[in-house]
Every structure is written in structure tokens, then in C-alpha cells.
Design a protein around this ligand. Structure first.
Ligand code: F6P
Length: 327
């Protein structure tokens, strides 16, 4: 593989996601495979500004493929939003001769890389790592599969107790702007209704659906609520339902950050391994200001404008299927 780039740095940024370690490992080992020097930047853009940068080797990333979180840690950086902060970061990278950057994270990470690339011309590549699966240009983001499996496991457990008491449970899942986790954990967990940020559902519509289940002799129901839903939090919705329809015995479970932890599934490990290698190969082939994606099993390099102008799409067919099956 021909390239001028000899020194690459990798970092993780934004919300951590299971599989980020597998992606770090892949970036490090692919760099070494192609005889490049590889550096790890701790705490994302914060560490770039603070010069928290270390040289890595193949053994630095041993025994991490199965671990959740990120060994490089993550942070949100206000200073990186300023030109002065970015200049400090650039000077630190230059003092080590870094010629290419791989950032693992979501749209915020990609936006930071894009600005950095425009200002300093440094080649940059983003690897999509977020449990939200809200980036166009890839069928899956790293961490989404693990998080959704974690939710399904919790939903199954809640179903046992819901059924024992004929209760209506509202289960809040992550996804500030994205209903992906809610939709697919809702289908897999047999939810009676799914509430997502991208689609409005009034309390009346929700209760009409639940009442129908009651008429069909359902003795308990589970409603999955994405945290960014238009009708409020799971707690707000449950309170409103209880106030207006007191015949429902409602309970609320907020799954919270447990969805971000845990050992990555085989799927996320393989996805992260592929994307990490593709990111290094892309850099070495001269790609820059792009996000690696895998769509229909084909590797794609999506440019920043395409990703950011498209916005993410919800799986409307999955939503349709969930409605057919929740009678
Ligand atoms: O990782 C994505 C995400 O989980 C969103 O769904 C959620 O709103 C957000 O991150 C919360 O992140 P944090 O707790 O780090 O602010």
C-alpha cells in the first residue's frame, strides 16, 4: 500500500460504545501491519489539546477486543470548539510528526475532524462508534448491536414481572435523537407500542393501542420509549396515562447507561475490526474527511457533507412491522 503517511494517531470521542476497543485494536494493528507508527490519544479532543498522546504497539491492544468502554477514554471538549484549542491540538500532533488521524465516535466526532481537516489540511477519517445507529452512510454503527441486545435482555426480564402483576410497563431506552434502539428492541422484545423521537404519538393514540390489546385479552403490556420522544420521558408519559386512564397499573424502568456498557457482541467486534482496518487502508490510499461505512456488505467512504446533509433515516418498515405484530 503506497502512501506518504508514516505516523497515524487514533482516538475515541463522544459517548463510548461497546466495540470501540475492538476498533482501536484494528486501527493499531493495521497500522503496524502496513509498517506505520501508531499513536493513541487519550480523552479524545481534550487529550489532543493536553498532549496526552502515547506511542502504541501491537501488544498495547492485546486482551481488549472483548472489553466494553474504551481504553483510550472519551471526553467532550469545549476547548476544541475554539480556534485556539484546535491550534494547540494541531501543534501537539505536529510535534510527533502525526500525518493522519482516525477518530472513533459519532457525528460530533466527525464534525470536529471535518473542521480540523479544513483548518490544517491534515488527513482525517471517522469510524462510526455510537450505540444510537444514527449515522447515514452505514447500515450499523459500532455498539448498536450490543446495546440493543442489552435492552432486549432487560425487556425479557421486565416482561416476567409485568405478566405476573398484569401491569403496564414503560421502558425508557437511549436515543436522544434516534429511535433505532427503541424500534428494534421493541420488535425483539414484543412491545405493545414504541415511542421514538422521529414520530409523534399522542397519549390518546397510545392508549387506543393498549386498550385494543386489552380487548384482545392481553394481560400486560410493554411500551418502549426512546429518551428523546416528543411526548416526554417515559415517566411523563406514564404519569399522564395513570392520570387519565387509572385502570392501568403503570410502572417505569429507565435503563440508562447500562446500555452503553458490557462486552461487545460478536457482531460489533467484527464490524469494529473491519472498520478499523478499512480506516487505515483508506488513509493510506489518500482518503480524507470521510467516514467509513459498510452498506449492504460493501465498504464505503462517505464524505462529510453527504453524512451531515442527509440526516439519519428511521427504519419505517421495522416500525410498520412492529405495529402489525403488537395486536
Ligand atoms: O451514546 C449515545 C447516547 O447514549 C445518547 O443516546 C444519549 O442521549 C447520550 O449518548 C447520553 O450521553 P452522555 O451520558 O455521555 O451525556
Amino acid at each position: 500500500m503506497s502512501s506518504e503517511i508514516n505516523n497515524i494517531a487514533v482516538f475515541t470521542s463522544g459517548g463510548d460504545a461497546p466495540g470501540m476497543n475492538a476498533a482501536i485494536r484494528a486501527v493499531v494493528r493495521a497500522s503496524i501491519f502496513y509498517k506505520k507508527n501508531i499513536f493513541g490519544i487519550y480523552r479524545g479532543y481534550e487529550g489532543m489539546i493536553d498532549d496526552d498522546i502515547v506511542a502504541l504497539d501491537a501488544r498495547s491492544v492485546g486482551n481488549i477486543i472483548q472489553r466494553g468502554g474504551t481504553i483510550l477514554k472519551s471526553a467532550r471538549s469545549d476547548e476544541f470548539r475554539t480556534p485556539e484549542g484546535r491550534k494547540k491540538a494541531y501543534d501537539n500532533l505536529m510535534s510527533r510528526g502525526i500525518e493522519g488521524l482516525v477518530g472513533i465516535g459519532g457525528d460530533g466526532t466527525f464534525t470536529g475532524l471535518h473542521i480540523f481537516h479544513k483548518e490544517f489540511g491534515l488527513p482525517v477519517i471517522c469510524v462510526p462508534g455510537t450505540i444510537d445507529n444514527d449515522l447515514p452512510g452505514t447500515d450499523y454503527t459500532i455498539g448498536y448491536d450490543t446495546a440493543t441486545n442489552t435492552v432486549v435482555d432487560a425487556v425479557d426480564k421486565i416482561r416476567d414481572t409485568a405478566l405476573s402483576h398484569n401491569r403496564l410497563f414503560f421502558i425508557e431506552v437511549m436515543g436522544r435523537d434516534s429511535g433505532a434502539i427503541a424500534i428494534n428492541s421493541g420488535i425483539a422484545g414484543g412491545a405493545a407500542a414504541i415511542i421514538i423521537p422521529e414520530e409523534e404519538m399522542t397519549i390518546d393514540q397510545l392508549v387506543a393501542r393498549l386498550d385494543k390489546g386489552g380487548e384482545n385479552k392481553k394481560s400486560s403490556s410493554l411500551v418502549i420509549v426512546a429518551e428523546g420522544g416528543k411526548s416526554g420521558s417515559a415517566m411523563d408519559i406514564a404519569n399522564e396515562v395513570t392520570k387519565r386512564f387509572p385502570y392501568y397499573d403503570t410502572k417505569v424502568t429507565i435503563l440508562g447507561h447500562l446500555q452503553r456498557g458490557g462486552a461487545p457482541t460478536y457482531f460489533d467486534r467484527v464490524l469494529a475490526s473491519k472498520m478499523g482496518v478499512y480506516a487505515v487502508e483508506g488513509l493510506l490510499k489518500g482518503k480524507s474527511d470521510v467516514m467509513v461505512g459498510i452498506k449492504d456488505n460493501i465498504t464505503v467512504f462517505n464524505d462529510f457533507e453527504t453524512i451531515m446533509s442527509n440526516g439519519h433515516e428511521i427504519d419505517t418498515d421495522a416500525l410498520r412491522i412492529s405495529k402489525i405484530l403488537s395486536i
